[in-house]
Ligand binder design. Structure first.
Ligand SMILES: NC(=O)c1ccc[n+]([C@@H]2O[C@H](COP(=O)([O-])OP(=O)(O)OC[C@H]3O[C@@H](n4cnc5c(N)ncnc54)[C@H](O)[C@@H]3O)[C@@H](O)[C@H]2O)c1
Length: 449
């Protein structure tokens, strides 16, 4: 059997995971025949790192025309996803896209229309669905343990020093590139909410602000750390000269990362994305999601509660996200406020399992224990690659874990609508989805026919 011929667009942080998996785990069924990045050195470095003999391109159209891949893997920045996906379909390729699918309803419409017209398929990289805890939540809901979900509280926390800051150092800090955290990051979270509800969103209202990073922080001394007089005295200092070390931390394992724009001041005055976000989403079948996302939290994690017609479930994850020096900052105090532990004390360790607490209206509470698997995104990455390259689990996908273009559009629409609502102060209807959904009466009495 011939191997799947894969081309990858955008040779940065995320592409490395895809390339590593294809090269090391799936080389019997897939091969990487082409890499594309406008910074050509990146393709070269990646080929060298994995011993690939792939063709290197700086122009996407040229790559499609010459390489003729079966599958295009889109790991480029968010604002170029739509154009590249549509072109790939028209070139006769299937597509695996990283989140978010795209940034606007118009782009979503173009992608779904092209997928239909060309008879090709988009595999949406929603790896969070494959995290064992998330898969189990969906199973608990489908098993009827809490009845039909009617409301959901989801709070997501980004570690201010690591993950949160990283979005303000790079291209994500501009709305035009990423749609802000409500699209580039929360695409995962809204997809989970849509999946848990088993429904599509209808309208959204949002309040958002920039409180900590960007201009709001008021601490910008230079555009980039490499030019800044504050240097390592700043807790957000990013040493571009030490990028090789940092790139290894980021999992690149490339000798030299060329053209990397990773040391923008996190307080850059041009940054126009929010770091504090709260929204309400109404679903077509009556469900209501309340969601918050904060990027200035001392740890990483999330809390979720879902109320159903027959009970409630609660779960969440608190990750220990160490950064250099964090242990020195930590103190344990006794009841009288005396310090009894400090350096080297650990707040939490990487847990070996998570729990889902189910509280049925009648009967006893239940605790589901879910192992925390090693590997990217709690094992989620492994499962998604296995599905794409070996079709593992796709034939008997009882819980609908594999996501496509419509799922990508539905999650993006919430972030897009929330950004618009935050600007206008008004609720935003997500009508662009109507065209793609099966006809069905709305359960919401105030929805016009
Ligand atoms: N699923 C996940 O968990 C996950 C994790 C990280 C990133 N992502 C997604 O992966 C994508 C890439 O993110 P990243 O962190 O790797 O960013 P990155 O900045 O590390 O890499 C992006 C690369 O794309 C290149 N690029 C820029 N314009 C391009 C174009 N027109 N065509 C081709 N390449 C172009 C850049 O030069 C860079 O090398 C984003 O869409 C991001 O949201 C997903």
């Amino acid at each position: 059997m011939s191997r799947m011929r894969c081309a990858i667009s955008g040779i940065g942080h995320r592409s490395r995971t895809w390339i590593s998996e294809v090269a090391k785990t799936y080389s019997d069924v897939a091969e990487i025949i082409a890499l594309c990045d406008p910074v050509p050195g990146r393709c070269h470095d990646m080929c060298a790192a994995f011993g690939l003999s792939a063709e290197e391109y700086s122009d996407y159209d040229a790559m499609l025309a010459a390489a003729r891949p079966d599958l295009v893997i889109v790991t480029s920045p968010d604002h170029v996803h739509a154009g590249q996906i549509v072109k790939a379909f028209h070139a006769g390729c299937d597509v695996a896209s990283e989140k978010p699918l795209c940034l606007t309803p118009e782009e979503g419409n173009a992608i779904l229309a092209a997928e239909r017209e060309c008879g090709k398929r988009l595999f949406m990289g929603f790896n969070y669905r494959h995290i064992p805890l998330c898969t189990r939540i969906r199973e608990v809901i489908l098993n009827g343990e809490i009845g039909r979900p009617v409301s959901m509280n989801l709070s997501w926390y980004l570690d201010y020093k690591g993950h949160g800051a990283s979005y303000f150092r790079r291209w994500h800090r501009l709305m035009k590139n990423s749609g802000g955290l409500l699209i580039t990051k929360a695409a995962h979270h809204f997809d989970l909410a849509n999946w848990f509800f088993g429904d599509y969103p209808e309208s959204v209202s949002a309040l958002c602000a920039q409180n900590f990073f960007g201009r709001a922080g008021g601490k910008m001394h230079a555009a980039r750390c490499r030019e800044c007089s504050e240097g390592p005295a700043c807790e957000f200092y990013s040493d571009i000269a030490d990028l090789e070390k940092r790139s290894n931390e980021l999992n690149y394992e490339i000798g030299a990362v060329r053209g990397y724009d990773g040391d923008r001041c996190v307080f850059s005055e041009d940054s126009d994305i929010y770091d504090t976000m709260a929204l309400l989403v109404r679903y077509r079948n009556g469900g209501i999601l309340s969601y918050t996302l904060d990027a200035s939290v001392p740890f990483e994690g999330w809390n979720l509660a879902i109320n159903g017609t027959k009970g409630r479930l609660e779960t969440g994850i608190t990750d220990n996200k160490p950064f250099p020096g964090w242990q020195e900052k930590f103190q344990i105090v006794d009841k009288k406020g005396r310090t009894i532990g400090g350096k080297e004390a650990r707040v939490t360790s990487w847990p070996s399992e998570y729990t889902i607490h189910v509280m049925p209206h009648s009967g006893l509470d239940r605790l589901h224990r879910v192992p925390n698997l090693p590997g990217g995104h709690g094992g989620g990455d492994y499962r998604i690659f296995n599905a794409l390259f070996r079709k593992a689990g796709t034939a008997d996908d009882r819980i609908g874990v594999f996501a496509g273009a419509l799922d990508g559009m539905a999650s993006m629409m919430i972030g897009w609508g929330a950004n618009r609502s935050a600007r206008t102060g008004l609720p935003v209807r997500l009508d662009a989805l109507d065209r793609w959904l099966p006809e069905r009466p709305s359960a919401n009495p105030d929805r016009p026919a």
